[in-house]
Design a protein around this ligand. Sequence first.
Ligand SMILES: Nc1ncnc2c1ncn2[C@@H]1O[C@H](COP(=O)(O)OP(=O)(O)OP(=O)(O)O)[C@@H](O)[C@H]1O
Ligand SMILES: [Mg+2]
Length: 173
Amino acid sequence: MTISATVEERLEGPDATRELGRRLACALAPASEGVVTLSGHLGAGKTTLVKGLAEGLGVATADDVTSPTFLRLVRYENASQRVQLVHVDAYRMRGEEDVFELGLDEDLAGGAVVAVEWPEMIEAALSSDILDVTLDHGDETYRTVHIAAGGPTSSAWLARLANAAVVEGRPTS
Ligand SMILES: Nc1ncnc2c1ncn2[C@@H]1O[C@H](COP(=O)(O)OP(=O)(O)OP(=O)(O)O)[C@@H](O)[C@H]1O
Ligand SMILES: [Mg+2]
């Protein structure tokens, strides 16, 4: 992957991880579409970040969002705002075969925000121009996050993220 931009931050507690998710949602504007991969070990905070992303997009509350380990994929939608979030947990996926079976190839092609936990399981289906968020355990009180953009569209997203204000999230409908 060609890395064209990177950002590093320290996240003090789960609320900071959620806030980063809300900022990511805010930085998507004007189009609510994009692919973000969430890398990091078990319990690194990947789902916590998706909770914030869902809040920021106004598609679900934080409590609604749980790890879709067995379902592999959950779609959240705010019909009035025409925003869709596809939350993927690829931990149990078997590569591109599952991507097609779940219709994820269409989501990845555009028109949705796609957040992928365990992206290495479906790497062949992912373009290089995506935002990768890697979470590393500090101790139980904090995480370090490293965000990398792999191409022009994701670099623009990352640049807007650096300037994005803290937001409360849109109302769900
Ligand atoms: N910045 C942070 N500092 C400390 N704890 C955090 C931080 N972010 C998230 N956590 C906590 O880490 C724990 C695991 O979070 P989460 O379920 O989001 O991880 P995950 O990476 O999705 O795990 P899995 O690999 O099982 O899918 C939760 O208790 C969450 O509150
Ligand atoms: Mg998870």
